[in-house]
Structures are given as structure tokens and as C-alpha cells.
Design a protein around this ligand. Structure first.
Ligand SMILES: [Zn+2]
Length: 58
């Protein structure tokens, strides 16, 4: 499927592809990119965090 990060395809997805980025904590942002979780697993992240890895905080 081409252009699956744009247009009405997003609106068919649960929560319309928006949520809270687990890395930078931005809310209601589009999570269309792939980053790494703390143990290296793939997670959905925002554009700013594309390719980044989550870090433990607290
Ligand atoms: Zn982010």
C-alpha cells in the first residue's frame, strides 16, 4: 500500500493514527514512524522520534 502515512487511510485506523509519543511524550501527535523501545522492540513514535530509542526515565 502506497502513501499509507497520508490521507484518508489514516482515518480508518483506530484513534486515527494519533496518540501520545512514548519517546518525547507529545500528545495527540501522529505516530506513524518506527522507533525502538527500551529493550529494542519496535514501537510507534512520532516524526521527531523516528529511529530513536526510548530511554528509561525516573
Ligand atoms: Zn516523539
Amino acid at each position: 500500500m502506497s502513501k499509507n502515512k497520508r490521507g484518508k487511510a489514516l482515518w480508518r485506523m483506530p484513534s486515527r493514527s494519533r496518540g501520545t509519543c512514548p519517546i518525547c511524550g507529545s500528545t495527540r501527535i501522529k505516530l506513524l514512524f518506527t522507533g525502538k523501545g527500551i529493550s529494542g522492540e519496535k514501537i510507534d513514535v512520532c516524526k521527531k522520534c523516528h529511529g530513536k530509542q526510548a530511554v528509561l526515565t525516573g
